[in-house]
Structures are given as C-alpha cells and as structure tokens.
Design a protein around this ligand. Structure first.
Ligand SMILES: C[S@@+](CC[C@H](N)C(=O)[O-])C[C@H]1O[C@@H](n2cnc3c(N)ncnc32)[C@H](O)[C@@H]1O
Length: 306
C-alpha cells in the first residue's frame, strides 16, 4: 500500500532539541515580562526620564537631593495659618510613578478595618499622602470606599508636584465609570497643610518615605537626603492629622516604623506584600532588602488612645 509521506511527517513528535528551545524561550519571555513590570524599573525610568531632560541624570539627582535636604523651620501653627505645610513640604521621594490598585492587600485591610470598626462614623476622610497622579486616590474611591456605605467618604490626595496633581484631576475626570463629584479632592502640600481637610480616619503614605529609583541612591545618599529624624518628623506630621482609632498605612519606607518614637501609640493590624525598598534597621545597624512578592510586612497600624 502506498505511504503518504506528508502525513507521516506531520504525525512525528517534536524533536527533543526543539522542545527545549521552546521551553527556554517561554521562560525567557516570562522573566522579561516580570522585569518590565517591576515597580523598581518603572521608578527608575520615571526618575531618570525627568532628570535626563534637565541637566543629565546625575547632576539633576544631586541637586534634587540637596534641595530635599534643606531644613524647613516654619512652626506648625503658623504653617497652618499661612497654608504652608512645614515638615510636609519637604520633597522626599522624587519619583511620581504609581499605578491603579498598587497595594491591593493593604487597601483591602484598611477597608475591612474601617467597615468593622468605624462604620458608624459619618463623613469619613481618607488621605493619600504622596498622591502623585492620583491613581491611588482613584483606586480607593472606585474599588475600596465605594457604594452606598461610603457615599459620604471623601478621598483627599496631597502631593508637592503640581504637574502630577493636574494629571490626577484629568485622570479623575476621564475615569470610566464617572466618579461622583467631590469624591476626590487634590491639593498641593507646598501651600496647604494636610490639617486643612483633617482630621483623617485613614492616611496612606505609600512609597513616599524613601528615596528609591536607581542605583545612584546608596544608603549614604538616602540618609543624607532623608534621615531617620526626617522620617520621625514626617510621621509626626501625619500623626497630628490622624484621628485616634484611625489608621496609618505605609508600604515602602527607608526605615522601620516599629523603631519610630510614635510606634508605641500604634498597633499593627495588617501585613502586606509590595515592599521592595531597602530599609535601614537601626537596632541591627544594617540595610535589609525585601522580596516584593514574598515578604509580608506590617503595613497598617491603628492609632490607639493615649
Ligand atoms: C512614588 S510616588 C507614590 C505614589 C503613590 N502613593 C503610590 O504609592 O503609588 C511618590 C510621590 O510622593 C510625593 N512626595 C514626596 N514628598 C512628599 C511630601 N513631603 N508631601 C507630599 N507628597 C510628597 C512625590 O512628589 C511623588 O509624587
């Protein structure tokens, strides 16, 4: 009987070497997509893009660090009256990179805690400190604090970068579905103290208390531009505008919240993933790095009464 060679060729199994190549190609593709979607890479691209446009990456970075390190001596009271924001007006993190639903388990933990413990409280206020282009505020308004239960909950977003805030306003306006008017309010911390809209029931300060973005920021540069004392002052600035029983939520910071003076008034209530910024541990006197997906660290603290 005549054999159809085209048919028998089609039925042959893949050669072993070709199978291996396909597997290697798939693994390489997976690794590449993981790398391209990492926050560190985006932060790096965003910060260097901005710097390169100006003076060249290094020179610009240095000048930003210098300006970030300038002390601010205005008193809290006078800053509220004049609108300027004292410790809050010190530019810490330089990158404005953000994305929708960036810290899902942190948002879920805060929402759960608020619904379990603060449900009777009317007109809740939530602050996204370091709001950048508003995607965190939009995530909170559309994914977490949404629906009839939260119709009176307002999300505030503060940043020092006006261009980012303007983009935030555009992002809200173009969001589909439509976001209820005045559900999100942005303001610039350079001229407005956060107290103006407080006190808040929850404050998110994600990826702000750090200086991350490229390998040019070694431990020394981080501590020069944003010292442990600056970290403590920044925490005090937030604490002054947070209600007792309210929540502080932080992912990614250069220091341990548990080592701050304020920590004794706060109780951790949730752990989450998403931390990739190297932290200085004072007690051990060492910098500790974390795996963004595998490390689950304290990220939400409730402010207890004194
Ligand atoms: C990397 S973005 C984080 C955005 C968002 N919170 C998130 O986690 O996706 C950091 C933002 O913090 C802002 N920032 C830095 N220092 C600040 C300060 N003292 N007050 C308010 N915003 C600040 C920066 O301008 C930048 O837009």
């Amino acid at each position: 009987m005549p054999v159809d060679h085209r048919l028998s060729h089609r039925n042959q199994p893949l050669p072993h070497w070709l199978g291996c190549k396909i597997v290697i190609a798939l693994l390489a593709f997976y690794a590449l997509t993981q790398f391209l979607t990492s926050d560190g890479l985006y932060d790096y691209i965003e910060s260097t893009k901005k710097d390169t446009n100006r003076l060249g990456a290094l020179a610009a970075t240095k000048s930003l660090i210098d300006s970030a390190a300038r002390p601010n001596t205005r008193s809290l009271q006078s800053s509220i009256e004049t609108g300027a924001s004292d410790n809050g007006s010190k530019q810490i993190q330089l990158s404005h990179w953000t994305k929708m639903n960036r810290y899902p388990d942190e948002y879920a933990a805060v929402k759960q805690y608020v619904e379990d413990n603060l449900s009777d409280k009317p007109n809740k206020r939530i602050l996204s400190f370091g709001a950048a282009t508003g995607l965190e505020a939009i995530s909170l308004a559309t994914l977490s604090f949404t629906g009839a239960k939260h119709s009176n909950t307002i999300i505030y977003g503060v940043d020092l970068d006006q261009r980012s805030l303007d983009k935030g306003v555009q992002n809200v306006a173009s969001h589909v579905p439509h976001i209820q008017d005045n559900k999100i309010v942005f303001f610039n911390g350079k001229d407005t103290h956060i107290e103006k809209y407080g006190k808040y029931d929850a404050i998110f300060a994600n990826s702000v208390f750090c200086l991350h973005g490229s390998d040019t920021f070694g431990p020394q540069e981080v501590t020069n531009a944003f010292s442990f004392e600056d970290f403590e002052n920044s925490l005090r600035y937030l604490d002054a505008s947070l209600n007792e029983g309210g929540l502080l939520a932080i992912v990614n910071m250069s220091y341990e919240f548990s080592e701050s003076t304020l920590a004794k008034q706060y109780r951790p209530v949730a752990k989450c993933a998403g931390n990739f910024v190297t932290r200085y541990n004072k007690e051990a006197d060492e910098w500790v790095s974390f795996n963004k997906r595998r490390s689950r660290l304290d990220c939400v603290w409730v402010k207890e009464s004194v």
